[in-house]
Design a protein around this ligand. Structure first.
Ligand code: NDP
Length: 477
């Protein structure tokens, strides 16, 4: 047994209280949707977890009409202090049912239990608590003397942080007095439906929150619905662009949180051991299925060999495997389609002449897995430097001067996040000021807080989630 072998420490799947079937949540109750039911699968094993009823266009009509009614009769006119009580209750129940939600998220998504337990669920609860606190103080949020809700929000979210993205949309929307229709991703609908159950348990007035599982066609019917006042979308840049085109000229508000290809810049004066940890956190957290992942490492040429050695030695110790095992660092890839995309982009890296290194870690025999991978010798023109891989694949480029680091970091159509590693505060500030990215982390990476606005520039989208700027996306001053 070597130093890095741990005894298995699996969390019990029974904690998820998995039901054999789930249904859309409309009008304050679970209903039979008109769409074809889908089977949601555990990507780590291939086992079917549950059957999920899906919505069709008539369900979208019904959910939007219900949300409109609630906006006009109950939720819209309700004083902020009253709205806050419901949000506080929902936040508390999420915290109380944290273990169940974490296990359910890990089963449905494939992410390590350590992450769903320590990041996804607590951050979702924190967002709900934070926004509950704002509901009766909106006139002090810098949005004008009498901020008004927008109306009915249509929200479409992706599969990489299913519960957290639901909370990021629901919390500010409801705090500001809007009502909402939410479509979770086809492959990860379960925690959003449990969140709907929690909302009902908290006594949230019927119709305020509606959840419609289904595939992209349900998302498309929702975002194009003329009964909405605002669309909030998180997902791929391609779909985001389509939605922007469809909403142009309608007067409906839109926020888009799309892809990224973030640079993580390591200067030669950086504390290298900490930087290695941060670079690993930046790209291997959540299997790299993170829009703000630090997928391009820019390392100063003078330390490139030393850093490369440290990085590989540390990556070799990452454990890839059973997401329910508390020792697992890297879990399963969420879907076969996403795994195919990672395999294809990695092959493009080989074909374009980048040098691939793969961690020698053992992979489970079944399920969807991809080993931690590093491409070095990457040129800026290569696909692995330009396209969002959305997997555990790091592309390494080098630079000689701070100006070159900045130029290379900004040489991307995206602009969501960036990381800077240096011992010098002035250098960190100089670099941060020049990053064309919505979020810049210094000597850390992937830190999320409800008080801090998150969002992008250019092809990473527009609008912010979290902080005062996040509230402004759901209210008119
Ligand atoms: P999508 O943008 O297709 O999915 C995001 C959400 O939008 C899902 O709920 C999806 O439904 C829904 N959707 C799909 N088509 C439409 C449409 N025409 N109108 C409205 N809603 C729609 O992303 P994918 O899951 O297909 O992932 C593809 C790539 O996108 C990834 O490889 C990654 O690079 C990037 N991505 C980026 C994310 C981010 O956070 N920035 C998140 C997810 C993906 P359904 O689940 O049924 O397809």
């Amino acid at each position: 047994m070597d130093t890095w072998t741990y005894a298995p420490a699996p969390e019990s799947a029974a904690l998820a209280r998995l039901q054999p079937s789930y249904r859309p949540f409309v009008d304050g109750g679970f209903v039979d949707g008109g769409g074809e039911p889908l089977k949601t699968v555990n990507p780590a094993t291939g086992e079917v977890l549950a059957e999920v009823g899906t919505a069709d266009e008539s369900d979208v009509d019904r959910a939007v009409a219900a949300a409109r009614l609630a906006f006009e009769t109950t939720w819209g006119p309700m004083p902020g202090a009253e709205r806050a009580k419901y949000l506080f209750r929902i936040a508390r129940i999420v915290a109380e049912r944290a273990r169940e939600l974490a296990v359910l998220e890990t089963l449905d998504n494939g992410k390590p239990i350590r992450e769903s337990r320590d990041v996804d669920v607590p951050t979702a609860s924190a967002h709900l608590f934070h926004h509950a606190g704002w509901a009766d103080k909106l006139q002090y949020a810098g949005l004008g003397p009498d901020p008004r809700p927008l109306g009915v929000v249509g929200a479409v979210i992706p599969w990489n942080f299913p519960l957290l993205m639901a909370a990021w949309k629901i919390a500010p929307a409801l705090a500001c007095g809007n009502t909402i229709v939410l479509k979770p991703a086809e492959t990860t609908p379960l925690t959003a439906l449990v969140l709907a159950e929690i909302a009902a348990e908290a006594g949230l007035p019927a119709e305020v929150l509606n959840v419609l599982p289904g595939a992209g066609d349900v998302g498309s019917a929702l975002v194009g619905h003329d009964g909405l006042d605002k669309v909030a979308f998180t997902g791929s840049t391609e779909v985001g662009k389509q939605i922007q085109g469809r909403l142009a000229g309608t007067g409906r508000r839109l926020t888009l949180e799309l892809g990224g290809k973030a640079a993580n810049i390591v200067y030669d004066d950086a504390p290298l051991d900490q930087a290695v940890e941060g670079v690993i956190e930046g790209i291997f957290f959540n299997q790299g299925h993170v829009c703000c992942a630090g997928s391009r490492l820019l390392v100063q040429e003078s330390i490139a060999d030393e850093f490369d050695e440290l990085l590989r030695r540390r990556i070799e110790t990452l454990r890839v495997g059973d997401p329910l095992d508390k020792n697992t660092d890297v879990g399963a890839i969420n879907s076969a389609a996403q795994l195919d995309r990672i395999v294809e982009l990695a092959a493009a890296g080989d074909a374009e002449g980048a040098r691939r290194w793969t961690s020698p870690c053992p992979l489970p025999e079944r399920g969807l897995f991809f080993p931690p991978t590093v491409f070095s010798g990457v040129e800026q023109t290569m696909r692995v430097a330009r396209e969002e891989i959305f997997g555990p694949v790091l592309s390494v480029l080098t630079f000689r001067t701070p100006d070159e680091a900045v130029a290379k970091a900004n040489n991307t159509p995206y602009g969501l996040s960036a990381g800077i590693w240096t011992d010098k505060g002035a250098k960190a500030l100089w670099t941060a000021q020049r990053m064309r990215a919505g979020v810049v982390w210094t000597n850390t990476f992937n830190r999320f807080d409800p008080t801090a606005p998150f969002g992008g520039y250019r092809e990473s989208g527009f609008g912010r989630e979290g902080g005062l700027a996040g509230l402004a996306a759901y209210a008119d001053g």
